[in-house]
Design a protein around this ligand. Sequence first.
Ligand code: C5P
Length: 238
Amino acid sequence: MAKMIYAGKAKQLWTTDNDQLLRVVYTNQATALNGKRKDQISGKGELNNQISTLIFEYLADHGVATHFVKKLSATEEIVKKVKIIPLEVVTRNIGAGHFASRFGVEEGLRFTKPVEELYYKSDELDDPFMNESQAYALKIATAAEIEKIWKISRQVNQLLRSLFAEIGLELVDFKLEFGKTAAGEIILADEFSPDNCRLWDMKTQQHMDKDVFRRDLGELAPVYQEVLRRLTSKLEAG
Ligand code: C5P
């Protein structure tokens, strides 16, 4: 019998018949302020599943090891079972969101070198900012593991910045999560969708990500649909 082993803010994780594999269910829930504001957005689960599938397949085709195995249905996918490293790994190409508020700068500052940040993944503690020495002290990851995490993050940034640029979207920032396989390999886990990145339309500067919900800028589903439409036409054209 399949068991739900984790209920996150926008996804659930279920066991499968194969103890190496898990089933992810994308839900329609949108949250802001670390879960303090919640809403149901019809179609969001399907859109994120489709977008994340396209991105993870694209990354795999370009040599990035991920937990993604296959899309199972409109809202479900099969992934490899990994031990999630409790770090939220944020890369920023342009200053926005908490970078802008924390340092008192306007959104839109372009960095010559991407900014890399770690946060400790803990709902109770509100995901506090964490540096590498704190991660080692708490035995969250070893130096070699953190080095691997940055290496993969940089590779993802290079690949996805170019991919989104080709469809008229600026990859402002994004959050990644990593997991460790039974063999001890660090691979990309979780998802990549407009729920955990910022995308700005290059022509109109319009927000094409979850900031539409966080900042009450209008309807979210049509925006995600447009991101999916552009990605699909680009990736299907090859
Ligand atoms: O809020 P902040 O500016 O730090 O977010 C940076 C990036 O990380 C954004 O793309 C945001 O969507 C993502 N993020 C996330 N989950 C969090 C915190 C941030 O996906 N818990």
